[in-house]
Write a protein that binds this ligand. Structure first.
Ligand SMILES: O=P(O)(O)OP(=O)(O)OP(=O)(O)OC[C@H]1O[C@@H](n2cnc3c(O)ncnc32)[C@H](O)[C@@H]1O
Ligand SMILES: [Mg+2]
Length: 198
């Protein structure tokens, strides 16, 4: 049984919001933190988990509702796990296209066999702003980085992320398929189990 019937999603990323909403289905009524504030909290944590908790607490405080946050990113082997928690800010806040261009450039000389990477997702659910026991669920999605963009679905780094089990980029996957196999889907499956709505 879901312990509440309304939840605020603590994200300002439209692509992420759409995926989280689709995965939650009609298990709970979903609001977005954007309804309460346009100001994005500073992501000062050193880990995905810390940033997810920070965003969830902020949204719970603003809304007075339980809050679910997603902190995610791309960890590239050849870059020692970068851009990691800095994935959204990799090209100094210039957005997805600039992030992707910078990543392609950083990996220009890296051969196919060394282009391994994984998408990482940490979900944090707090029942209220000061919840001392947030529910944390993580998901990893291994793949590799292409030499050029492919596909126009999804968001962020999807056009550069090769999905070996499907033989295409994650931006070439239909939304429903990405939502079954992604890092976010894996974290969400664990969260649903924890909440008894699996
Ligand atoms: O913090 P919020 O408001 O949720 O929105 P954000 O876009 O800033 O989200 P993050 O701080 O978690 O940064 C995530 C980064 O990783 C990228 N990313 C995360 N999940 C992704 C996915 O499923 N496909 C492509 N890129 C993804 C995304 O584009 C961002 O650059
Ligand atoms: Mg962010």
């Amino acid at each position: 049984m879901m312990p509440f019937n309304e939840l605020v999603l603590a994200s300002h990323n439209a692509g992420k919001l759409k995926e989280l909403q689709a995965m939650l289905g009609d298990a709970v009524r979903v609001r977005s933190v954007g309804e309460f504030s346009d100001i994005e909290p500073e992501e000062t944590g050193l880990s995905f988990v810390e940033n997810a908790i920070l965003k969830a607490r902020n949204a719970a405080r603003l809304s007075g509702l339980p809050a679910l946050a997603d902190d995610s990113g791309l960890a590239v082997d050849a870059l020692g796990g970068a851009p990691g928690i800095y994935s959204a800010r990799y090209a100094d806040g210039q957005g997805d296209a600039a992030n992707n261009a910078k990543l392609l450039d950083a990996l220009r000389e890296v051969p196919v066999a060394e282009r391994g990477a994984q998408f990482v997702c940490a979900l944090a659910l707090v029942r209220h702003a000061d919840d001392p026991l947030p529910i944390i669920c993580e998901g990893l999605w291994p793949g590799s980085i292409l030499h050029a963009a492919r596909g126009d679905q999804g968001f962020g780094y999807d056009p550069l992320f090769w999905v070996p089990e499907r033989g295409c980029s994650s931006a070439e996957l239909p939304a429903a398929e990405k939502n079954r196999i992604s890092h976010r889907a894996r974290a969400m499956a664990i969260l649903k189990q924890r909440l008894g709505i699996a």
